[in-house]
Design a protein around this ligand. Structure first.
Ligand SMILES: *Cc1c(COP(=O)(O)O)cnc(C)c1O
Length: 378
């Protein structure tokens, strides 16, 4: 069988997507360049409005990245040194990094092995007097089971901060994620489902007071120029990125639909084989930021795929509670067995809105052969 055209097949294909909307993007970029308004201004306001309306939230405040969106959200909630935040260890580093930067303590609970998201049934026993937030992550684009988390949030009066960096357009029981908790954080990193052509992020909330705080924090803690009321940061969405994102937002549902179709194709091609395909819970509208399977002998399979230049990735190989950077707040190996097992078994396949079925067939052929091969060596 001929090898995959490895030049074209990639984990994400940002250039092909750009080509499909090049005219609109180029026009809007030029328009911003000619406007002279490069920080905040109309392009950012327009995109914030469009984003709030898309997500069904009252307020959307642009910032410089998804990481900043998390940090600013936590700052607005008043997270102080020693405050505990109940969260997941099976996620991108930013989720814990922002907590620790503010002096907070991540309190990790294990995940649901089916969705890879925080297991709501394990949250309550992790709550203490010092718990100041619950921080679920909608990993890979699959929403967390939010109702039980909301019940706990209400019962204990603890706000929810949603990390929706991978889940723009995902729905929980028909409601867009990001706007379900007190604060939601979105990332526009280029490879995310709604990606800018640079860094960008958004904090969303339905709470007027929090919205005002968030807005102030992103501009050095000030409402009136040179008057600084609270401690802030410099974290704004570029006008150029906002204008680009306004164009791209119109296509997001179409692109998410394309991802879902590609996911269906993978799942069909992999059914009945020694590969655990991703599931979609009945409450979920999954947007497949990643298509992530579970495998025995994952590392052996990954080595075979690498030797054939078949794109694949491991999100994430080391859980955050075992990361060197978070030693002071970590947990011993073995303390989160489901998370740790996931880090040993997950493998993500190429996934983007431009994926072609023949490329997927080729990926699956190589994957299945690698699975067979790794069985015989181990
Ligand atoms: C990408 C990502 C972030 C951070 O977003 P940036 O825009 O890259 O700063 C945070 N959390 C999760 C789960 C992510 O995937």
């Amino acid at each position: 069988m001929p090898d995959v055209e490895s030049k074209k097949l990639q984990m994400v294909d940002l250039v092909t997507q750009y080509q499909s909307i090049k005219k609109e993007i180029d026009e809007t970029v030029l328009h911003v360049l000619e406007s002279g308004q490069y920080i905040l201004g109309k392009a950012v306001e327009d995109f914030e409005k469009a984003c709030a309306s898309y997500l069904g939230v009252k307020h959307a405040i642009g910032c410089a990245s998804g990481t900043d969106a998390l940090q600013v959200g936590l700052m607005a909630l008043g997270i102080k040194p020693g405050d505990e935040i109940v969260t997941t260890s099976f996620t991108f580093v930013a989720t814990t990094e922002t907590i620790v930067l503010l002096g907070g303590v991540p309190v990790y609970v294990d995940i649901d092995p089916k969705t890879f998201n925080i297991d709501p049934a394990r949250i309550e026993s992790a709550i203490t007097k010092r718990t100041k937030a619950i921080l679920p992550v909608h990993l890979y684009g699959h929403p967390c089971d939010m109702d039980p988390i909301r019940e706990l949030s209400q019962k204990y009066g603890i706000p929810i901060v949603e990390d929706a960096a991978q889940a723009m357009g995902a729905e929980y029981k028909g409601k867009m994620v990001g706007g379900i908790g007190a604060v939601g954080a979105i990332s526009f990193f280029p490879s995310k489902n709604l990606g800018a052509y640079g860094d960008g992020g958004m904090v969303v909330t339905n709470d007027d007071r929090l919205a005002e705080l968030i807005r102030m924090i992103t501009i050095h803690g000030s409402r009136i120029r040179y008057r600084h009321e609270i401690l802030g940061v410099n974290s704004r969405l570029d006008a150029l990125q906002a204008a680009i994102l306004s164009v791209k937002l119109k296509y997001l549902d179409m692109w998410n639909k394309a991802r879902r179709s590609s996911a269906e194709i993978y799942t069909r091609l992999l059914s009945g084989r020694d590969v655990v395909t991703p599931s979609e819970d009945e409450y979920a509208h999954h947007i497949f930021h990643q298509y992530t399977v579970r495998l025995k002998h994952r590392d052996a399979v990954a080595r075979v795929l690498a030797s054939k230049s078949i794109p694949h990735a491991i999100y994430y190989p080391i859980p955050l509670h075992l990361q060197e950077a978070f030693k002071s707040v970590g947990k011993p190996k073995g303390s989160l067995p489901i998370t740790e097992q996931a880090t040993e078994e997950v493998l993500s396949l190429p996934m983007h809105s431009e994926l072609a079925e023949d490329q997927q067939r080729s990926v699956v052929d190589h994957l299945l052969r690698a699975v067979e091969q790794s069985k015989s060596v181990s």
